[in-house]
Design a protein around this ligand. Structure first.
Ligand SMILES: N[C@@H](CCC(=O)N[C@@H](CS)C(=O)NCC(=O)O)C(=O)O
Length: 228
């Protein structure tokens, strides 16, 4: 059975959503990144990058959330738009845009706002600016389209939902309120029973709650190693 390595963070949530939507049988395997479980050698065989999510599909290892979504969608034939070169091109473009832009800029904006020393306004401004720029592009697209690609709910919408359901956490309430079209799609997805099950998956396990020094040292390697 497929093993799903996860925690309750945005990137694993996208994959949890696909698994819950598709009915693919899976065994959830919690990886407590605040305790450093991402560095265990068994896990690093599945994901050498030491991050969640990752899957072990009977010996086929896949890591990086959008790669997993694409792998599972292509394997099952579920949650892809109708097969055409144009839809394939749009699917790849938006999956990469979300993976390389929306996710990292949102993550860094949160990091510099909440975890970094307080005087780094330049970094906060840069990452928030880029997060907003990505939200605006997505919002303009969704002003003209009900879903990200084609006329149906696909893995691209799931990829967006992972981070966009936390837009107000990243951008603040006022910032997130600028993107009503993104919110419309996020709300539609969040209302689905599979989305509730995906979010609740973490509650079946105990994860370290404190973001204390031990957790920071496991999650932020740069605190221990000076490279600049
Ligand atoms: N590009 C990767 C990013 C994975 C990632 O950064 N995962 C976070 C949770 S959302 C994580 O494992 N954080 C723990 C750590 O950095 O130690 C993906 O999309 O899956």
């Amino acid at each position: 059975m497929l093993k799903f390595y996860f925690n309750g963070a945005p990137n694993p949530n996208k994959v949890a959503l696909f698994l819950e939507e598709s009915g693919v049988p899976f065994e959830p395997v919690p990886v407590d990144t605040r305790k450093g479980e991402q560095f265990k050698s068994e896990f690093l065989k599945v994901n050498p990058n030491g991050k969640v999510p990752a899957v072990d599909d009977d010996g086929v290892f896949v890591f990086d959330s959008n790669a997993i979504l694409l792998y599972l969608a292509e394997k099952t034939g579920k949650f892809l738009p109708p097969n055409s070169p144009a839809n394939r091109a749009q699917t790849l473009s938006w999956l990469m845009f979300i993976a390389t832009g929306l996710g990292p800029y949102s993550g860094q904006a949160v990091h510099f706002k909440t975890a970094a020393p307080k005087d780094l306004d330049y970094a906060v401004n840069r990452y928030l600016y880029e997060a907003h720029r990505h939200y605006k592009i997505l919002d303009d697209h969704l002003a003209a389209h009900r879903y990200m690609v084609g006329d149906t709910y696909t893995i691209v919408d799931m990829a967006l939902w992972g981070w966009a359901r936390l837009a107000s956490f990243v951008l603040g309430e006022e910032g997130a309120a600028k993107y009503a079209n993104v919110k419309r799609l996020v709300d539609e997805i969040s209302a689905r029973p599979a989305a509730s099950r995906a979010i609740a998956l973490k509650d079946k396990f105990t994860f370290k709650a404190e973001m204390d020094e031990e957790a920071r040292n496991h999650m932020f390697g740069h605190l221990k190693t000076k490279v600049a």
